[in-house]
Design a protein around this ligand. Structure first.
Ligand SMILES: Cc1cc2nc3c(=O)[nH]c(=O)nc-3n(C[C@H](O)[C@H](O)[C@H](O)COP(=O)(O)O)c2cc1C
Length: 311
């Protein structure tokens, strides 16, 4: 597909790490845009693990934008300076995280209700002008789907590359009605390019979104892309891959992740607990009994044996 419609892999904490991004790039081909799960300040400092992940992806040459989550302009600056020091010139601002502990502290979707903080952050954004480009990933509100109205002018005043919108409230977490009407209203008020994020699972979903919203600059897929890692490659090729090719690609990606974690994490228990989050994304490809065996495995060897049988 030779148009400039943008295809983005949503950040998922604990899943779309540097290893996933490297292996997925080789599967999806050039042009897919990746975002790190949010970098955060903990006990007054940026988490070291997040910083080393940035360095790995920089070496791998992945098209990556680091994401930051912040409760104040000072946290924001600390995180952006860390991102710059790691060699990046793009920053994704998280205004959508729904986890109550973060939201309560005013981070993620919490920032939608704190225009005073956002105004200070906007000044900091200005101070990085010419050095860093910024973008936003947001929800519509915390409890109400029209809370975005309180921040849209501030967003319009900032020089943003784009705004990715997941048209749900934070209280909905990751399920329930998508507020298409509010999405349209917000997109209509924004002067920035808009990316649609939410429940994009098949190439047909992307086509339908483009037909319905010809103004969108791209789509971002999270869970749909983890369940169907070939999604963007299929969309680009203009044709769905057959079930066997999709299965092989998904399981091969999983096998590569297992090998990577086995060589970088410490001991079977750590590796196996890291793999737990993947279970729900394998259900389409692995027979239920075998999947149960994999996730009951006490050793990495037993996990691998079950995975090999599935392949
Ligand atoms: C386990 C999990 C972790 C997530 N971590 C992040 C994150 O670090 N930053 C972020 O902006 N969104 C995060 N999200 C939200 C996704 O990026 C995405 O917006 C959401 O899943 C909706 O898109 P989807 O329907 O394509 O999955 C996370 C979602 C899940 C399920």
């Amino acid at each position: 597909m030779d148009d400039d419609f943008r295809l983005m892999c949503a950040p998922l904490q604990g899943l779309t790490d540097s290893a996933f991004r490297r292996f997925h790039t080789s599967l999806a081909g050039e042009g897919v845009e990746y975002f790190t799960p949010f970098l955060r300040v903990e006990h007054g400092d940026v988490r070291r693990r997040d910083v080393s992940e940035l360095a790995v992806s920089h070496r791998d040459g992945v098209n990556l934008t680091p994401q930051v989550i912040f409760r104040s302009a000072d946290e924001f600056t600390m995180l952006v300076d860390t991102v710059i020091a790691a060699g990046y010139d793009k920053v994704d601002m998280n205004m959508g995280c729904p986890f109550p502990p973060q939201v309560k502290k005013g981070r993620g979707a919490g920032i939608l209700m704190r225009p005073d903080v956002l105004a200070e952050v906007a000044e900091r954004v200005e101070s990085y002008s010419g050095r860093v480009s910024f973008l936003v990933k947001m929800r519509l509100g915390i409890d109400c789907a029209d809370s975005w109205r309180g921040v849209v002018e501030l967003l319009n005043a900032m020089p943003l590359d784009h705004v990715a919108i997941h048209p749900r409230t934070a209280s909905q977490q990751y399920a329930g009605e998508i507020y298409y009407g509010e999405f349209e209203s917000l997109a209509g008020e924004l002067r920035h390019p808009v990316i649609f994020n939410g429940e994009v699972r098949t190439p047909g979903d992307i086509e339908r979104l483009r037909e319905r919203y010809p103004f969108i600059a791209g789509v971002m897929a999270g869970r749909g892309l983890l369940s169907r890692p070939t999604l963007f490659a299929e969309y680009r090729s203009g044709q769905e891959f057959d079930a066997e090719s999709r299965r092989r690609a998904a399981l091969d990606l999983h096998r590569r992740l297992v090998d990577e974690y086995a060589s970088t994490l410490c001991g079977d228990t750590q590796v196996l607990s890291h793999l737990v989050a993947w279970r729900e994304y394998l259900v389409d490809y692995i027979d239920r009994k075998l999947l149960k065996q994999m996730y009951k495995a006490k050793t990495l060897e037993a996990y691998r044996q079950a995975l090999n049988r599935a392949m």
